[in-house]
Design a protein around this ligand. Structure first.
Ligand code: VGL
Ligand code: ZN
Length: 201
């Protein structure tokens, strides 16, 4: 069975000192590198949050405060600090992350009006990113997901992978939550399990 490792958004802005810092984010990088170097995967995919400066998920672009929620295209949109702006340092992969030469990179969140937590599609389900086509083209049936943040992009990537019929695993030691709400890491793990995702140690 063909397997893929999906490394979600291990970018400077989500790491220590970044604009949308995920607590202890840097601690998962050696674990992820270890998985990549085990050479167990037929494909390694990295997702990259890749927003234009005027993206509507940024509080400053809506005259809102960070942490407020607005309605965007009929769905709730949490107001984030500016982060992962295209071609800036914050959007680059962390320098300690091992990026294999043949890794496939999927950029998301490029449309100013629509956010994209899942690596497969935007939050409105208007546009696919190409990740599903890439994996199906390469006959991948099982995906193992790691990266940032557990309670946003990792969660929605894993839930979509289940819906798209992949055997889906999340490595607990390869992810950290941003924890906007208390307990969101725990709640996310339960939600993933309820939906059939396998949690690996
Ligand atoms: C993410 C918030 C905003 C993530 C991306 O990668 O989890 N979270 N954009
Ligand atoms: Zn984002």
């Amino acid at each position: 069975m063909k397997k893929a490792l999906i490394i979600v958004d291990v970018q400077n802005d989500f790491c220590q000192g970044g604009a949308l810092e995920v607590p202890e984010a840097n601690d998962i990088i050696p674990y992820i590198n270890h998985l990549s170097k085990e050479n167990e995967y037929d494909q390694i995919v990295l997702t990259q949050d890749w927003h234009p400066t005027n993206h509507k998920s940024f509080a400053a672009n809506n005259n809102k405060k960070i942490g407020e929620t607005i309605t965007l295209n009929g769905i709730p949109q949490f107001m984030w600090p500016d982060h992962c702006v295209q071609n800036t340092f914050g959007a680059e992969f962390h320098k300690d992350l091992f990026v294999p030469n043949n890794a496939h990179i999927i950029q998301k969140g490029k449309n100013i009006d629509i956010d994209s937590y899942s690596g497969f599609q935007d939050n409105n389900h208007f546009m696919k990113t190409g990740l599903d086509d890439f994996l199906k083209y390469h006959d991948v049936e099982l995906v193992e997901i790691v990266g940032l943040a557990l309670d946003y992009c990792v969660k929605f990537t894993a839930l979509d992978a289940m819906k798209l019929d992949y055997i889906t695993c999340v490595h607990f030691n390869g992810t950290k939550a941003v924890n906007v709400k208390p307990n969101s890491a725990r709640d996310t793990i339960y939600q993933l399990v309820e939906n059939g995702v396998t949690i690996l140690g």
